[in-house]
Design a protein around this ligand. Structure first.
Ligand code: NAD
Length: 477
């Protein structure tokens, strides 16, 4: 029976790369019905602020798989890009980028046997986009890491390793500095890895990971990481093996998956029939494996390797003197279907198992500790500190400390000369640590602070399972 796939041609060079990929997929004989849908610049210009029409959303919901050309957000239209809308709508939480040396493409790493996958968490972290101007001159962005989101992507990385016969997974974090957010990701990795004794599980600090990717990229097999780190190291990975013209990506969710090239719409090449469609063709290989069409995927992959590695048919991005057109290149890849190479060690792909993760446990023992109140003020730390001590003196709270840009500034540590800004965090602890914190006491304290100072944010402090739910300021005892 034919499988149905939503095809979004996209903007700029999108129609050229999607046409090439579609022709090659069809030439393998695999039975795919395409639902051609719109998204991107044209849709924004028709006045739809999301850039993704309802028909496209309905099609993807129906087919569960989309092959997508690059999408543009034209200047002056829409607040969010159509790509971000698609990612958010369909919760495609796993962004995977295979990084593999491609024969015929000379790089400083040629011959080093680079072959790994970057698995990037795709919806959380700073990309959840929760940002505030807390004062006119202080911006705050929330780095949101959840146990559930971390477990989903980490299990995905181990399952991907199993499906591709890979042997180790590195978890790359900044848990040494960001103890609660990145620390939660690392802790989840350590717990989940116990369910995969057949796969070696290693933790690496993200900056060292970037360093090792440049020095010894051949040591990696699968790297799983949080969103922002993943954004950066996946581009670093693409650079190691030949750049944008050949870099594919898959965005996978529990139900829906979207396959695309890493590159954008390269508008200056639109319609010139000169761009390299290989990235989207490699993406269609990932899509076919996802559809469990392993034979068709293998045929296309081998044909590309033969076309690049043996025939050395290069487009202009790889050989400036080339006069080859995108259409002629596509014809060559079709002609080479069935050709075999030994550039890449054979890999026995198996269907990918996507684990379903339970919702968090609501019964974690917790204890109230106090509150952090964020205040806008131009006072000195000393004056602000004394004022907050006075204000809290007749309440169940005592001022523990004040920090500015993460450093304790009240009481001032000896030898520290802070360069302060107008955003302060005042930390109040309950005087009687055995008593629960009544909301009325919190509101009372905040109301009193509000009579003298501008406050803009309140955060409750707890202990969960005996561990603090907050980090200390630099210098806080
Ligand atoms: P880009 O990837 O479109 O182009 C950068 C340069 O890379 C091009 O000028 C070209 O020299 C080269 N290039 C890219 N793809 C190529 C190919 N297939 N063959 C040959 N050369 C290629 O990046 P950009 O110029 O920053 O972005 C252009 C537009 O694309 C923007 O509107 C951006 O928002 C959008 N974009 C979309 C996606 C997506 O849909 N996933 C990704 C990135 C950028």
């Amino acid at each position: 029976m034919a499988k149905t796939v939503t095809l979004i041609e996209g903007d700029g060079i999108g129609p050229e790369v999607t046409l090439a990929a579609k022709r090659i997929v069809e030439a393998t004989g695999v039975k795919i019905e395409w639902e051609v849908c719109e998204a991107g610049a044209k849709v924004f210009k028709q006045g739809l602020a999301t850039g993704v029409p309802q028909e496209t959303i309905d099609s993807i919901k129906r087919t569960k798989v989309a092959l997508k050309g690059p999408l543009e957000t034209p200047v002056g239209y829409g607040e969010k890009s159509a790509n971000v809308t698609l990612r958010a709508l369909f919760e495609t939480y796993a962004n995977t980028r295979p990084i593999r040396q491609i024969p015929g493409i000379h790089t400083p790493y040629s011959g080093r046997n680079i072959d790994f996958v970057v698995v990037r968490e795709n919806v959380e972290d700073l990309y959840a986009g929760i940002e505030y101007l807390q004062t006119p001159s202080v911006a705050e962005g929330l780095k949101l890491i959840t146990r559930k989101g971390s477990e989903k992507i980490i299990r995905f990385a181990f399952e991907l390793a199993r499906a591709e016969g890979r042997k180790k997974v590195h978890c790359a974090t900044k848990a040494n500095i960001l103890k609660l957010t990145e620390g939660l990701f690392k802790k989840t990795f350590e717990e989940v890895s116990l369910d995969y004794p057949d796969i070696e599980a290693l933790h690496i600090i993200i900056d060292n990971c970037a360093h090792q990717m440049v020095l010894r990229p051949e040591v990696f097999d699968v790297i799983v990481t949080t969103n922002l780190h993943g954004d950066i190291i996946s581009d670093l990975g693409s650079g190691l093996v030949g750049g944008l013209g050949v870099a594919p990506a898959a965005n996978i969710g529990d139900e829906i998956s979207i396959f695309e090239a890493v590159h954008g719409s390269a508008p200056k090449y639109t319609g010139l029939n000169v761009i390299n469609p290989s990235a989207l063709i490699f993406s269609s290989v990932l899509m076919l494996r996802h559809l469990e069409e392993f034979e068709a995927a293998h045929l296309i992959e081998q044909s590309l390797l033969y076309t690049l590695g043996v025939e050395k048919a290069f487009l202009r991005d790889l050989d400036k003197t080339s006069t080859l057109t995108t259409t002629a290149y596509t014809d060559i890849v079709i002609k080479n279907l069935g050709k075999q190479t030994d550039f890449w060690a054979p890999r026995h792909y198996k269907p990918l198992h996507i684990a379903h993760i339970k919702d968090p446990d609501d019964n974690v023992p917790r204890k109230d500790v106090g509150i952090d109140v964020y205040i806008e003020s131009l006072l000195s730390p000393e004056v602000l500190g004394k004022s907050l001590e006075d204000i809290s003196s007749a309440t169940p709270f005592t001022l523990k400390m004040i920090s500015n840009r993460g450093v304790q500034v009240y009481p001032l540590l000896e030898g520290v000369k802070p360069d302060t800004v107008d955003q302060w965090r005042a930390r109040f602890f309950l005087r009687d640590s055995q008593k629960p914190m009544a909301d009325s006491d919190v509101f009372n304290l905040v109301a009193k602070i509000g009579q003298t100072h501008k406050w803009m944010h309140l955060e409750k402090l707890f202990e969960f399972n005996g561990s603090p739910s907050f980090t200390k300021a630099q210098g806080e005892s």
